[in-house]
Ligand binder design. Structure first.
Ligand code: ADP
Ligand code: ZN
Ligand code: ZN
Length: 735
């Protein structure tokens, strides 16, 4: 018998744990619960916080005495219905437990607890002033505090240039009054009334279109997808800022997804220039306290603009009115761990739930998006000219078979001459090489042994500056070796191939007078360091920038007129479905860094394959022809976006069990019209972090329900507990 037999109400609660669905609980008398409410419930011996997923039970047949009651309803705003719907959708699509997706929404558990009120200080009126001994420091505080709202001791101390103890002292002896501020949002509303740049015609047309679409946000016809397709420098950011302003004027929230947000200080300062304040920022480097207040401000609708990495999609927006995915083609929108999803695609889904427009901005749209726009599912706004009619850079290839760098050097004579001339003209150069460290491979000269990570099938990369050999897959590192682990010979290693550090060495030797700086994700790790780097280049304190992928995107350096791509072929090897597309996108982005000011730019691609379609497309500027050729090849092969792909990655520490599981999946693979299962095969990275990996690939016609096919496949195959199967729908990585 249940305690509440007569009037008991059953509800279901989803917990942020890898559980397939919501669990039923009893809502005790006197408690009113609605969908989305945060509640604490018992789970086994523990208490957990979850979300009321339904006001009805999942399983009405369970006997009442088997059910436990909700312990407490948290005094927090409910999770908005759109967030609930989104969790369900993503879980279904990615074949991941709903609870794991909810966990991404509830990524800051501490945010559900009201923070302790913080003391703040305000000046008393003159007649209340206690008489205390005045010091210079105290006087500065009093001067600053005239007419100020309550502020924390640290803010006052900072502004008045005194130590916090001076402020606290004035509070203790009654000169300043102490008030307790409850949880105020740390974000000010961006000022949408400020005006941006005068837009050029092509910008105005695009902006007006987006403004009109944003106007309809929240209405039944509010959802639509627009590709904002503009060459680098055409002013895409300025254009979508107009739509952001519109959404703000309607009191809606806006989400801007950016790749590698941590490092885009330039974007933040542009936002601030346009809207007067900084937006809320969301990525993995944000500290706990800030995450907490940001999450709270978002669910309360107080953070109006959120700019973030893909995980920002899962924040609990109260009222989203616009989503922008900038650099929509960027592979970093794909999450490859845990719940594997594509942030760009999920942004479209999220916008659909929020009945709001989504803008996909890129100069090199992904083939998926391009095809969607050709076939009319996405609207297309095209901006073919750079702002202020700056011409696009001239792209040249340097044939490394003819124009050979010196032995153990990587710069060809032609590129060396061009660098010299550019710097002599007082302009800047960027050398692009997407390889961190000194050398990607170290081998023993005596026996040919290659230094390899003990946990992964990958080579150890030498980072000479910090004196380490590093694995770029698992983080393993060791000091440089002196003795070959294979043949025992001493100090006889050879560094093979260049990384940016080695390239820097060559630059220093070749051009002793050139001031250069290296930018790679292991040397520029914080937004502050990135900001400093940007400043150095902007202030022309350096002539030459050596960079990895980190500097390929987004930056705008007007004096940079020559871009040299040291190894344009780097991404083309291997059988990756998107190798050509990606190399094209990346090199096009890199090229787009050249000549953004009033001086024309030149791009030099060092390649062994000057006739490769990617190089030809870059040289000719015929992007759409390249995309069409790619599209035709994919269509012929039934590959995405014309067919569907899903990968199963089988992994575990015990190689025999992993092989058993992979073989069992292979035997049970689905057959039939319009589908093809491949594998199992060892993954190209057949071991990562000590886990052996095998892959299977499923290719189906677009119309087939790939999720259901996979679910049935997994259900009919028994897998050892220690073996993990990851499902990757729409895979990007084939490693
Ligand atoms: P994209 O994102 O297409 O590469 P951006 O929005 O970064 O282009 O614009 C490139 C540069 O041109 C930026 O410095 C931007 O401030 C400037 N710009 C763009 N449009 C205008 C305009 N209408 N008036 C003045 N400057 C502009
Ligand atoms: Zn490793
Ligand atoms: Zn050896």
């Amino acid at each position: 018998m249940s305690l509440f037999s007569d009037q008991e109400q059953r509800i279901s609660v989803l917990l942020p744990l890898p559980l397939r669905g919501a669990y039923d609980y009893i809502c005790p008398p006197g408690m009113t619960l609605e969908k989305g409410d945060f509640v604490t419930v018992p789970l086994g011996p523990r208490e957990r916080t979850g979300v009321v997923w339904d006001i009805a039970p999942q399983n009405p047949d369970i006997a009442s005495d088997k059910l436990k009651a909700v312990i407490e309803k948290l005094n927090q705003p409910a999770l908005p219905a759109e967030s609930l719907e989104f969790v369900d959708w993503v879980a279904r699509y990615t074949l991941q437990p709903q609870g794991s997706v909810l966990k991404m929404v509830m990524s800051v558990p501490g945010a559900l607890k009201d923070p302790a009120p913080k003391p703040a200080y305000i000046i008393k009126s003159d007649d209340e002033l206690e008489t205390v001994k005045m010091t210079k420091a105290r006087q500065r505080v009093l001067d600053f505090m005239q007419g100020m709202p309550p502020l924390s001791a640290s803010v006052i101390a900072h502004e008045a240039g005194v130590s916090a103890s001076v402020v606290k002292g004035l509070g203790e002896n009654g000169v300043l009054q102490i008030v307790h501020l409850s949880d105020a949002s740390p974000f000010q509303d961006p000022d949408w009334k400020r005006t941006g740049y005068d837009l050029a015609d092509q910008q105005r047309t695009a902006a007006d279109d987006l403004i009109a679409k944003t106007e309809q946000a929240g209405q039944d016809k509010g959802f639509n997808v627009t590709l904002l397709d503009g060459v680098p420098g055409s002013g895409k950011t300025e254009v979508y800022f107009e739509a952001v302003a519109k959404a703000l004027s309607l009191n809606k929230q806006v989400l801007v997804l950016l790749p590698e947000i941590a490092l885009s200080s330039q974007w933040l300062s542009r936002f601030k220039k346009r809207f007067g304040v900084e937006p809320a920022v969301w990525h993995s480097d944000i500290g706990q306290a800030m995450r907490k207040s940001t999450w709270r401000a978002i669910i309360r609708g107080q953070a109006k603009v959120v700019v973030g990495a893909r995980s920002a999609l899962f924040l609990p927006y109260k009222d989203l009115g616009l989503i922008i995915v900038d650099e929509e083609h960027d592979a970093s929108f794909k999450q490859e761990e845990g719940v594997i999803y594509n942030g760009r695609d999920m942004a479209v889904v999220r916008a659909q739930m929020g009945k709001c427009p989504v803008v996909l901005a890129s100069a090199t749209p992904s083939l998926e998006t391009a095809v969607n726009s050709w076939e009319g599912r996405y609207a297309n706004l095209h901006m073919p000219a750079r702002h202020a009619d700056v011409p696009l850079p001239i792209v040249k290839t340097i044939d490394l078979r003819l124009d050979k760098p010196a032995r153990q050097k990587w710069l060809s004579p032609t590129l060396i001459t061009a660098i010299k001339e550019t710097v002599e003209r007082g302009e800047q150069v960027m050398l692009y090489l997407n390889r961190r460290g000194y050398a990607p491979l170290t081998l023993c000269r005596s026996c040919g042994h290659r230094l390899q990570c003990p946990n992964c099938t990958s080579w150890l990369v030498e980072h000479r500056k910090i004196g380490k050999l590093q694995c770029h897959h698992c983080g393993y590192f060791t000091r440089p070796l002196h003795t070959c682990p294979n043949c025992g010979s001493e100090d006889n290693f050879a560094a093979c191939g260049p990384g940016v550090e080695r390239l820097a060495e060559e630059v220093a030797e070749t051009f002793p007078d050139i001031r250069y700086v290296v930018a790679a994700s292991d040397t520029v790790t914080s937004p502050a360091q990135a900001g400093e780097l940007v400043r150095k280049v902007e202030d022309h304190e350096v002539d030459l920038l050596i960079g990895t992928q980190m500097v390929a995107k987004g930056y705008h350096f007007p004096m940079l007129t020559l871009v040299g791509v040291v190894d344009a072929d780097l991404g083309l090897s291997g059988g990756d479905l998107r190798a050509g597309e990606r190399t094209y996108q990346l090199l096009y982005q890199v090229a787009g860094r050249a000549g953004r000011g009033d001086k024309p730019g030149t791009v030099m691609l060092q390649t062994f394959m000057p006739d490769h379609p990617v190089m030809k497309a870059l040289k000719s500027g015929l992007r759409d022809r390249f995309l069409e050729t790619e599209a035709n090849a994919r269509k012929a092969a039934g590959m995405p976006p014309f067919g569907r792909l899903a990968a199963l990655i089988v992994s575990g520490e015990d190689e025999v069990l992993v092989d058993d599981a992979a073989n069992a999946l292979g035997r049970n693979a689905p057959h039939g019209q319009g589908l093809l299962a491949l594998g199992p095969a060892p993954a190209p990275l057949s071991m990562i972090r000590g886990r052996h990996r095998r892959r299977l690939l499923l290719k189906t016609d677009k119309k087939l329900p790939i999720q259901k096919i996979i679910k049935d496949w997994l259900d009919r195959t028994s897998i050892a507990n220690s073996v993990r199967i990851q499902v990757d729908i729409d895979p990007y990585s084939f490693l």
